[in-house]
Design a protein around this ligand. Sequence first.
Ligand code: SF4
Length: 226
Amino acid sequence: MHIIEIYKSIQGESSFTGLPCIFVRLAGCNLRCTWCDSEYTFSGGIKMSLDEVEAEVRKLAPVKLVEITGGEPMLQERELLPLMERLLANGYTLLLETSGERPLAKVPKAVHKIVDVKCPGSGEGGTFDLKNLEALSRDDELKFVIADRVDYEFARDFTRKHGLEKQVGNVIVSPAFRKDAGPARDTANCLVDPQDVVTWMLEDGWNARLGLQIHKYVWEPMRKGV
Ligand code: SF4
């Protein structure tokens, strides 16, 4: 596998927010989101065997929550699926962060999928494979990173059109961060004010969850490896 980094930190997103978590970040992505904060994953990475990845994860004990992220992890599906099976067999709770552009049907059911459906403002709208809706359950989460009101309306309408509030465990709507974010750990770095998002959600009676990427408030927003 091509791995960018393996480290432990605090989970900054999803319903697992705030918990100690090991991050296994895979190299490579087939999308180019306008606000991407992980461009350093697009190329390179260290070639590691499954045994080596598993050993690195084990070194970060006693944390037993692992997020597989990227880049787009499903680009390395052939190696990733057996890695996930191994980690599950060893008692880890697994999260998979993916755009849902690649098929998700073969991901083990016990893995909590966090599917980042791209909104128009990302420049990658329409890349989510609708067939993946069949692979989602109450153990999975949908995330919409929004840059403006248009993205918000896309997320709200997409969720309602497909009845996803009931199908998945959580629908998360998360303000995108500026690519030129300053060092201040505050919402001035968000492309859309979280206060506006909350106002819109309450006005619409949309039962989504506001996601604030808490690692960007615990550390400076541009800090890597946290
Ligand atoms: S899918 Fe993720 S890693 Fe790939 S370009 Fe978009 S934000 Fe960046």
